[in-house]
Design a protein around this ligand. Structure first.
Ligand code: ADP
Length: 262
């Protein structure tokens, strides 16, 4: 019975992971087809100037999709994710074009990266997916258009502030996504981290976005917080512990990836 229980727990974990990856994969496909559609329109209009950019956006999304299936394969081979010292401002900048393409022209995107931002230890594709998910939720909350602000900040939490955040005192980095959308009623906020909880029509929402972000931030020793007001908008902040140590260069990443795992 114990083996069966273990097996069923494992299946549940696999189910949650594959469900989550399918969700992220769909989002990336939406980005790719959006870019292709825009490319087709521009080519039809004879405006070839923008085509390169859309092509790059589609290629970026395709690369991320490939990284996702890699993660799935890695998991099935029982490998772990690869947390590494990450420059979040750099990560956000790398996602900006894809986010713009995916949310469409009716939504203004404002990115404000804090100067001298601390480093965090995360699996970068996982944080990229979290950011994309937050922006897609923001888009869905603004059918008439609006504004998304993406902000990073260093957060030094003393005992009192840490209590309010419900995490141990210390240095953290926050990544916040704020929209000017519909907002959420308190009874929705209370349930958003439940897997499969969604208020979206069938086929549009899986209810996995925020529950995955919750799981990921908990694993990383961080937190996710929501402030929302109906009719005004929503702010979701991911808080991650500061990593003490230098951020590696791209070259260092490459060597690290090749090094044998402990
Ligand atoms: P999904 O987006 O697939 O529904 P999520 O877990 O990401 O799954 O979100 C769960 C629910 O939380 C959404 O269906 C929506 O009701 C609500 N929600 C999430 N983000 C926002 C937002 N920025 N504005 C308004 N409602 C939101």
């Amino acid at each position: 019975a114990e083996a069966a229980l273990r097996q069923s727990q494992k299946m549940e974990a696999v189910g949650q992971l594959t469900g989550g990856i399918a969700h992220d994969f769909n989002n990336l496909l939406a980005g790719i087809s959006g870019s292709l559609e825009l490319m087709q329109t521009r080519i039809g209009q004879g405006r070839l100037k923008d085509v390169d950019r859309y092509m790059a956006a589609a290629q970026g999304a395709a690369r991320r999709a490939a990284a996702l299936t890699h993660r799935l394969l890695a998991f099935s081979r029982r490998q772990t994710l690869a947390p590494r010292p990450t420059d979040v401002n750099h990560l956000v900048a790398g996602m900006e074009e894809l986010i713009r393409r995916t949310v469409g022209p009716a939504i203004e995107i404002a990115v404000e990266g804090a100067p001298d931002l601390w480093t965090v230890l995360v699996d970068p594709p996982q944080l990229e997916n979290a950011l994309l998910n937050l922006c897609l939720n923001a888009r869905d909350a603004m059918p008439e258009g609006g504004r998304i602000a993406i902000e990073t900040a260093n957060l030094r939490l003393d005992a009192a502030a840490a209590r309010a955040h419900d995490i141990p005192p210390g240095d953290y980095l926050s990544l916040c996504v704020t929209d000017t959308g519909t907002g959420m009623a308190p009874e929705v906020i209370a349930r958003v981290f439940e897997p499969f909880f969604t208020t979206k029509p069938i086929g549009q929402g899986t209810g996995l976005g925020l529950s995955m972000i919750y799981g990921f931030t908990q694993q990383s020793g961080g937190q996710v917080r929501i402030a929302s007001e109906v009719g005004r908008g929503t702010r979701v902040c991911i808080t991650l512990p500061r990593h003490h140590g230098a951020c590696e260069t791209e070259a260092a990443h490459a060597t690290l990836a090749e090094a044998p795992r402990a």
